[in-house]
Design a protein around this ligand. Sequence first.
Ligand code: ADP
Ligand code: MG
Length: 700
Amino acid sequence: MAFDFASFGCMVFDDREMKKRLPDGIYDCLKQSIHEGESLHPEIADTVAEAMMNWAVEKGATHYTHWFQPMTSITAGKHDSFIAPQKDGSVLLHFSGKELIKGEPDASSFPSGGLRNTFEARGYTTWDCTSPAFVRDGTLYIPTAFCSYTGEALDMKTPLLRSMSAISEQALRLIRLFGNTTSRRVNATVGAEQEYFLLDRRMYEKRLDLKICGRTLFGARPPKGQEMDDHYFGRIRLRVAEFMQQLDEELWKLGVTAKTKHNEAAPAQHELAPIFDTVNVSTDHNQLTMEIMRIVAKKNGLACLLHEKPFANVNGSGKHNNWSLSTDDGRNLLDPGKLDPRQVTYENLQFFVVLCAIISAVDKHADLLRMSAAVAGNDHRLGMSEAPPTIISIFLGEQLTSMLERAAQGGGIDSGSCGALFDDVAVLPTLQRDDSDRNRTSPFAFTGNKFEFRTVGSSASIATANYVLNTIVAESLEEFCGRLENPKNSLDDEVRAIIAETMREHGRIIYNGNNYTQEWVEEAKRRGLPNLTNTVDASRAIVSEESIRVLEKYRVLSRVECESRCEIKLENYSKVITIEAKTMLEMVERQYLPAVISYAGRCADSYNALKAAGVENRSLHSLVEKLSQNISEISGAYDALEATLCQLQSPLSTLENAQFCRDRICPLMQKLRLAVDTAEINVAEESWPTPNYTDLLHRV
Ligand code: ADP
Ligand code: MG
């Protein structure tokens, strides 16, 4: 049956419900807070809370939760019921303004990176009224920010909200300069395309590595991988189509604007893209999308993998973070407008200033941006000719790049008004959307009216990438606004000077070629661009003096908050590697090694039986030899990994631990995998203890 679109957002306490259920004055006051990105006025909290509870109860809710995003990739919250016992033994339903605005969960079991002592375990959650509350499975979810007792951010959302204010303030200054007197806020907008894999759940259940680590730690290359390029945009299989439809409907009820769905490049890989929204709503919605993907998959006998690299030699998954800036009345600051070089408008000039702010910000803070996409899983994906390299650069397309270059080279600009910015150009009536924007190799690509940051991994929250972007662009905008508010000559001249300076000092970050090539790695080195090839190095970018300075300047993160995030990233890296290594050891000891040994024994028996019958079979003999060799290699690699893993227990700093995992453990894991994968090819399929790559990738 077709989805009834009247029920879109039916589980969301959205504007329609607020208007219907709140007295006019209170509605206006709440709207004001939402609009200005402020916290709620305490005087109206009780009324709002009661209306919200009544609505939620009608939707089947018995509980509420302060839903927050700790510094992991998932969300959390404890559930409290609305009941208030009465003297006569009955209960009333009660939800106060105080309970809506503030919660006090025990913070001690969430990662704090040293921010919170266990004896001061209390944390606070506060309602983020700019992201709507919703009902799910009998609980009213209230999106919140999560802080320690002493006010430090213990979550992903707090820095995101702070960065949104920072960029709004600077971007407002800019648009005022170019004649916009009416917009009241500038929002960072984001649409996050989510890639994922779907597997048959029975296959998935048989793989310890998938269940524990979310990726295969073993598996020989299948005869058919993605060589045929026949999956991308291909026909969606029935089972997957049913999953996608249920997913869409679940998301729509929660107000998530799931828009596009298609098969991705790898077999069993798919993508969902929503319509963009303000970045904190997009962040919440992306978290919901990931959670609901997993649940709907399970209900359908499928397993959804959100890991960045579930299969070796098969494309991994990312999250394309489409980012732009938009006024509250819907004007996109990255829309170039009609570009006629002979008649440059204010809108065009403003576009070029924003563009320069982004170019300069990304070049200055490339390492911080790289940090924002650093998780252990992404190390297997970045730089593997399937996803952007670990070098951050910007793709603008030839046309826009040459316009900037020409403008930078000078020529006359009419003083006073908007004159010719590009004096020597042939007519370019409108900026053609550059076909090469289908250049999928760039980490940070301009795609017509937004930037697409493709480095972000599929399992991560998009919050970090976006608070970094918002903050670093706010800084460049502030610098440019300072200049444009007091131009030496005309506004036009100042814009040209800004373009010229940006191209001179930061033009090195622009690269329109193929990012997958070795030449680019070398060229980037010549240009002096950072190349942080792994999570350990990239994580440390958040504690460089330069990063701390900019994050502190806009009160997005304090020094200790930066340090805690670095600590958590490194700790998480070591944990992931250790768990993967232990899972490998267990699978080898209990599954693979016994399987190879027993199969080798069977082959040896067959060889002996033939021999007893008077047949000397050399091929069978050499198979037995090969299998015996496999057993030795697996055992050797197993012992080496196990012994090295033990050394990790000695007291090392978080950084040393992470480096040890990267430099000592990872290579040994590689070696063990290779030994097992080599054996897999020699062993009969029915004697292999786990589903193979073909079973996993081609069975849905
Ligand atoms: P493409 O397919 O070329 O990547 P789409 O138009 O399909 O481009 O957009 C991809 C994603 O970008 C979608 O999630 C879309 O909502 C988002 N997007 C489009 N415009 C903006 C914008 N102004 N700000 C943020 N995201 C945007
Ligand atoms: Mg896209």
